[in-house]
Design a protein around this ligand. Structure first.
Ligand SMILES: Cc1ncc(COP(=O)(O)O)c(C=O)c1O
Length: 441
């Protein structure tokens, strides 16, 4: 089966791990990465790297220095971790509804503004640029901050606008289901010159991540990648599940690394060992242990809210290799997206995005709610895992508020994400589109 998401993975990542030298100073990694980032974000004032996107957001909020109960506007349909970051800073999230093309209505925003509104978070959903310049004019006129959630896009310049450079700050995510994955991680892009001294004051006070946790992150990427090969894939694997299992069993992590180091393994060997066919015994044993844990204890996993940690050298070393692939990742995803656009031109059963952009996933919205579940089922029967694989419920449900957000609620029920990753080819897109079209007949 073709999985809903599959991370990009390059063999140079394994080389980076094998050649990792802990004696190199963090500052050196930071300089190398910043130089590469300057190409994509030439006007940014400063960068910092963290363990998660949600934690880049939390740190950015601390830098801007709000008062307790100040209000932050948040799209009603987005990742609930965004809410957690706001609440962890004793701020109040105030939801706003989004549009069916994933843009923001200025009128709707206007109605949400109070004397306590201090910032708005705008998400470039699935890599589709939001109407960010219009929103920037609005936030400037109101004297409030603009924060760009770039979890779904990296290094994107569209119509001369660099996504991530318009807001006072923005953050990306390097999670397993994101455009550029290294397991976990995030880039904070800081653009507000006035607050730069606070940025430099606060950043050094934040703890560095420990090496074993970063090793768990990388292994979770590797496992996720191997397990989403279409030859072995059956069912959805939680994006963070491997990571949590490895963290619960940190003692095994180093033995797996020893195996990786000893054997100079390549991806086909690893894939083979994982699928259990003609297995490479040395590799299989540690992997099998982890997989067994994964299957047995999955339901016991608890999600805990972590304190922000700055990315440390082990992950930075992999990121340094990964950044070299940003253009390749974006070009590929944009090409797949353009096939979807072509196939869905003037289809009246769905709302289909039309931006020529590197999609994280190609997200259509069913105009016939009674058919949504059927189309998703047809796709699965056809060998394609599709559906709402973002956020099952809008955030008003999550916060248990009675206020209605019609569009967000409709989208949460009727979005169908179509895969846009590296195992998708033009003929897959044609088949997926055929199944969708016939599902509505
Ligand atoms: C839109 C959006 N914002 C923020 C995040 C949080 O990123 P992270 O998982 O790196 O904390 C996600 C992650 O799923 C996301 O999809």
């Amino acid at each position: 089966m073709i999985p809903r998401v599959r991370p990009y993975f390059h063999k140079s990542y394994i080389n980076s791990v094998n050649e990792f030298e802990s004696s190199i100073e963090r500052e050196q990694y930071q300089n190398r990465i910043s130089q590469k980032l300057d190409r994509y974000y030439p006007n940014a004032e400063a960068f910092e790297l963290f363990d998660y996107g949600r934690n880049s957001l939390a740190v950015g909020l601390s830098i801007l220095g709000f008062q307790e109960n100040d209000e932050i506007l948040v799209p009603c349909f987005t990742c609930s971790t965004v809410l957690e970051s706001i609440i962890s800073k004793n701020l109040k999230p105030v939801l706003y509804d989004i549009e069916f093309d994933f843009s923001v209505s200025i009128d709707k925003l206007e109605r949400k503004i109070t004397s306590k509104t201090k910032a708005i978070i705008v998400t470039h959903f699935f890599g589709i640029p939001s109407n960010i310049t219009e929103i920037k004019e609005f936030t400037d006129s109101k004297g409030i901050f603009l924060i760009e959630d770039c979890a779904h896009c990296i290094g994107l310049k569209i119509d001369n606008i660099v996504l991530g450079e318009i807001g006072d700050f923005s953050f990306t995510s390097f999670g397993n289901d994101k455009p550029l994955s290294i397991g976990n991680g995030s880039l904070l892009i800081f653009n507000n010159q006035e607050y730069l001294s606070r940025f430099y004051e606060i950043i050094p006070t934040i703890e560095l991540n420990d090496e074993d946790s970063e090793k768990c992150s990388f292994l979770s990427l590797l496992f996720f990648y191997l397990n989403t090969d279409k030859s072995v894939y059956h069912n959805f694997i939680g994006v963070y599940d491997f990571y949590h299992y490895l963290m619960m069993n940190k003692s095994q992590v180093n033995s797996i690394y020893q195996e990786l180091k000893k054997k100079d393994l390549d991806i086909p060997t690893l894939t083979q060992s994982l699928s259990g066919f003609r297995s490479h015994k040395l590799v299989l044993s540690p992997f099998r242990k982890i997989i067994n844990y994964f299957i047995r204890d999955r339901s016991k996993r608890k999600r805990e809210i972590s304190q922000p940690k700055r990315m440390n050298c082990f992950s930075m070393n992999i990121l340094n290799s990964a950044i070299d692939h940003v253009d390749e990742v974006n070009t590929f995803r944009k090409r797949i997206g353009s096939y979807y656009i072509e196939n869905f031109l003037s289809n009246d059963d769905i709302i289909a995005p039309t931006s020529q952009t590197p999609f994280l996933r190609y997200s259509i919205i069913s105009k016939k709610p009674r058919k949504t579940a059927k189309v998703v089922k047809d796709l699965k029967l056809g060998g394609y895992e599709c559906g709402n694989f973002n956020w099952g419920q809008p955030l008003n449900k999550f916060l248990k508020t009675s206020e209605r957000f019609e569009n967000s609620e409709y989208i949460a029920e009727n979005i169908i994400n179509l895969p846009c990753h590296f195992d998708i080819e033009e003929n897959d897109v044609s088949k997926i589109c055929e199944i969708v079209k016939s599902g509505y007949m």
